[in-house]
Design a protein around this ligand. Structure first.
Ligand code: C5P
Length: 268
């Protein structure tokens, strides 16, 4: 079995309140790009995770791997070897690890079905994991685990992800959040919520990684429908009205900033 771990982006991320446990109450519009890491499953004598791909070097501790943790949480009749092709940068605001865990849940769902409490099990692995299991546009509240459906009028929209190849620690960015509540996300369709939304972690992330402002500035000059940082950064994305425009921008950026990582795709 093969499954894609779709890159997660936050079309809007409104941080509302710091909680006593260190987490933050937020409202976010999750969306997913039709590309990401690839997980391949084969039967094995015992559960095992191998990593390959451009960013596999970023996963230093195999026992701390979220894919192994997800496997441990989900009973199966057969042990699995999972080969994880790590195409997404690590600590990048793309929920890479969460997306990998989400893909494990979908694989187990396909093979033997998921337990009734899969949502709780997913939430134990990380705030973004339940959304990544679904990998559909949806609203997240609470720490991000309380999911609500939303009308997806953005499916198929061309998107370009760019990361300046700087890893950012999510707890560090959250800890630098200014603490001021700038209000809820809008009501309405995904298009409306995205367009009227913000990423409240942008300032904090730019303070730690000024290159994010360069990426956003580069995107701003390309006539996008929307430009924003994803999650806690440093990946930023631009949405375009046409594939042609997205591809032109990708080519231009590849020449002008050859060190920046980029991934073109479409929203799911
Ligand atoms: O849940 P997850 O392990 O993905 O979260 C990583 C870190 O991000 C947390 O330890 C916390 O510092 C921060 N976080 C937060 N508020 C959220 C989600 C994550 O402060 N709603």
């Amino acid at each position: 079995m093969i499954e894609t771990a779709y890159a997660k982006i936050n079309l809007a991320l409104h941080v509302r309140r710091r909680r006593d446990d260190g987490y933050h109450e937020l409202e976010t519009l999750f969306a997913f790009v039709d590309a990401g890491d690839t997980l391949t499953v084969s039967p094995a004598a015992r559960d095992e995770v191998r990593t390959i791909g451009e960013f596999s070097g970023g996963l230093t501790d195999p026992f701390d791997n979220i894919v192994a943790k997800a496997l441990n949480l989900l009973p199966r009749e057969q042990s699995w070897r999972i080969t994880l092709e790590k195409n997404l940068p690590v600590a990048a605001g793309l929920g890479g690890g969460s997306a990998d865990a989400g893909a494990v849940f979908r694989l187990v769902g396909r093979a033997v079905g998921l337990p009734g409490d899969w949502h709780e099990r997913a939430a134990r692995l990380g705030a973004d994991v339940p959304a990544c299991v679904e990998s559909r546009v949806c609203i997240g509240r609470g720490t991000g685990t309380e999911l609500e459906p939303v009308e997806n009028d953005l499916a198929g929209m061309p998107v370009l992800l760019v990361n300046p190849r700087v890893a950012l620690s999510t707890p560090r960015v959250f800890s630098q959040w200014h603490g001021a509540d700038h209000g809820p996300i809008a009501e309405g369709t995904a298009r409306h919520i995205a367009k009227t939304g913000r990423n409240d972690l942008e300032k904090a992330a730019i303070a730690i990684c000024p290159e994010i402002a360069d990426v956003l500035g580069a995107f701003d000059a390309t006539d996008p429908w929307l430009v924003r940082m994803s999650g806690s950064g440093a990946t930023c994305f631009a949405l375009y009205e046409t594939v042609e425009l997205r591809d032109q921008v990708a080519q231009w950026l590849a020449k002008w900033k050859p060190d920046w990582w980029q991934l073109p795709g479409k929203l799911r």
